[in-house]
Design a protein around this ligand. Structure first.
Ligand code: COA
Length: 174
């Protein structure tokens, strides 16, 4: 991973948010505007307990990111995951888990280990525990290949068609 620097932060400034948006939008293109993304997602997520953001820079260019927070009952994702997972799996994994909400690397920077390194940095000093994410059900997708190679296991169906929930135990809980 030559010339790539990864940094981890537990809060963001307005400048950080403005700089992240074009990268987020280039990778996911799933919100109509910066304002909509902030209102519906980003500004809600950044204030949650345990929020952390890993960013990858090539030279001074932001080329990738990963972020998450501690998931709790009463939050949309945790409550819906409980609805779709088998009850014993939900009991074992949900509540106080770390939720890896989003991971993205610009197309021009892919396949050089940045995605793997972003996850490593994001989870590096987490308390021992459970980490969850949702991904496509297509096990040949690049992200699914990355998660499989990093030891994530499929816990059950995801929220919405064509998705699955994956989990990994970190630290001593492994
Ligand atoms: C998924 C994503 C973050 C991977 O980023 P990346 O920097 O290219 O990933 P890495 O270079 O660290 O790859 C790590 C491993 O993942 C697997 N992998 C990644 N991309 C792959 C691809 N296109 N084909 C096959 N395997 C792939 C490989 O096992 C790879 O290890 P290897 O290079 O030693 O073989 C990137 O493809 C992306 O941003 N995709 C669009 C957004 C997305 O799907 N995010 C995840 C949502 S759940």
């Amino acid at each position: 991973m030559p010339d790539v620097r990864i940094r981890l932060d537990h809060s963001v400034t307005p400048d950080d948010t403005a700089a992240l948006w074009p990268v987020y939008d280039a990778v996911f293109a799933d919100h109509p505007s910066f304002a909509a993304w902030r209102e519906r997602v980003w500004d809600r997520h950044t204030v949650r307990g345990g929020f952390r953001l890993a960013r990858a820079y090539r030279e001074s260019e932001l080329v990738g990111f990963a972020y998450g927070y501690i998931g709790e009952p009463g939050q949309w994702w945790t409550d819906n995951a409980r609805r779709v997972l088998a009850p014993d799996v939900a009991d074992a994994w949900l509540g106080g888990h770390f939720e890896l909400v989003s991971l993205g690397v610009l197309e021009s920077a892919r396949r050089s280990g940045i995605g793997r390194e972003l996850i490593r940095a994001l989870l590096a000093d987490l308390e021992p525990g459970r980490v969850l994410l949702m991904a496509t059900a297509d096990s040949t997708d690049p992200a699914r290949r990355l998660y499989a190679s990093a030891g994530w296991q499929v816990l059950g169906p995801g929220i919405g068609p064509g998705t699955v929930i994956l989990g990994m135990r970190t630290g001593r809980a492994r």
